[in-house]
Ligand binder design. Structure first.
Ligand code: SF4
Length: 371
């Protein structure tokens, strides 16, 4: 079983916090779609596993017209064997989701939708540079449900320094009235190259202080628990049976192949990625944009830590090879003493508080690849 990821690098406008690979030059969309269809053929012999998940991420996949999705599905199904219960997800922006578009997506075969709500407060959405309003956010979730989507994931951003915790609590309350099964909640980070980064450097945007961030994170965890959701990955919560199978494949070592500029792949023991280079991609220079990394024992150790600690399953400690055992044991002890990590059988797991600082813990474990 394996997954397919397709990166759609187009957005109508750039959100002020976003450092994903995308362009607002939508005039290149047709050239991209043409190249994408060609890339499927170009890589047809590199990957022959049955497909259990297909995921369109972005960028804004909901900008792609329905007839193009029809053509993409037709080609993919000729090239790959899809399992009958394959999870097929589209990431979507609320303002693209008309009833007709949603019904069309269902007819084509999408059975999961991930909607970028981020907030229900118009002023916060505007400040983040989002195109939609809180009302559109609510309406889009209802419309997805009405169109027959029974696996709806919502994205939320917390840790907005200019917006108080009271407004975050209101966002959580608004979720209660909506039909959804999965929640991805990310703390705002100020990334280089974004508008927020420029404002931050000018002293016009501060990061939220850690106490308030922790308060919001714990409120989020409490909300999800009361809603009957499982906290299965540091930023992801779901009702029983609604784990994102596609994203889980990134964490559990399942193979996946990525198409489109900026997409990543993992199969046959190697990682591959297409450079974030739309012009060469549209020029169909697929071998020029493709990079490969063979995993060394250090890479494998670092990945075991990074992927394992982010999930509820934790790290299977039997996977730590003898070369790294002493280093591993020392760091484990340090964070177990702080109650950020705990052991359960042969697994090492993060506590909920540990997840709040998981990036620092992971960094502590990391072995420098140059050593
Ligand atoms: S957050 Fe999403 S919609 Fe906004 S610029 Fe980034 S990819 Fe585009």
């Amino acid at each position: 079983m394996a997954g397919i990821y397709i990166h759609v690098p187009f957005c109508v406008s750039k959100c002020h916090y976003c450092d994903f690979f995308k362009t607002t030059n939508t005039e290149m969309l047709n050239g991209y779609l043409d190249a994408l269809m060609e890339e499927f053929l170009h890589r047809k012999n590199s990957f022959d596993e049955d497909i259990s998940t297909l995921y369109f991420g972005g960028g804004t996949p909901s900008l792609i017209p329905l007839p193009n999705y029809d053509a993409i599905f037709f080609r993919l199904k000729k090239l790959y064997q899809f399992l009958p219960d394959a999870e097929i997800t589209i990431e979507a922006n609320p303002d693209d989701l008309t009833s007709d578009y949603l019904m069309g997506l269902r007819e084509i075969g999408f059975n999961r939708i991930s909607i970028g709500i981020q907030s229900f407060h118009d002023d916060d959405l505007k400040r983040m540079g989002r195109r939609h309003t809180g009302k559109q956010a609510r309406q889009s979730v209802m419309a997805a449900s009405d169109a027959g989507f029974k696996n709806i994931s919502l994205d939320l951003i917390y840790g907005l320094s200019w917006s108080g915790t009271e407004k975050f609590v209101e966002n959580l309350k608004m979720l209660k009235d909506l039909p959804f099964q999965h929640l991805s909640a990310y703390h705002l980070t100020i990334e280089q190259g974004t508008n927020f980064y420029k404002l931050h450097r000018k002293g016009k945007l501060r990061e939220m202080d850690e106490d308030e961030s922790l308060k919001q994170y714990l409120l989020l965890c409490e909300f999800a628990q009361k809603a009957g959701m499982e906290h299965y990955e540091v930023s992801n919560f779901c009702l029983p049976g609604y784990i994102s199978r596609h994203n889980s494949s990134y964490w559990d070592g399942t193979s996946y192949i990525g198409f489109g500029p900026g997409s990543h792949s993992f199969y046959g023991g190697s990682r591959y990625w297409n450079q974030s280079d739309l012009l060469n991609y549209i020029g169909k220079k697929f071998d020029l944009v493709r990079e490969q990394e063979l995993l060394t024992s250090i890479n494998k150790f670092n990945e075991l830590i990074m992927l394992g600690l982010r999930t509820k399953r934790g790290i299977d400690m039997s996977g730590v090879t003898s070369d790294f055992q002493n280093h591993f044991n020392t760091i484990v002890q340090k964070w177990v003493n702080k109650k950020s990590l705990y052991q359960e059988g042969s697994f090492l797991k993060c506590s909920e508080e540990g997840w709040f600082i998981v990036d620092a813990i992971i960094e502590d474990f990391f072995v420098d690849a140059d050593l």
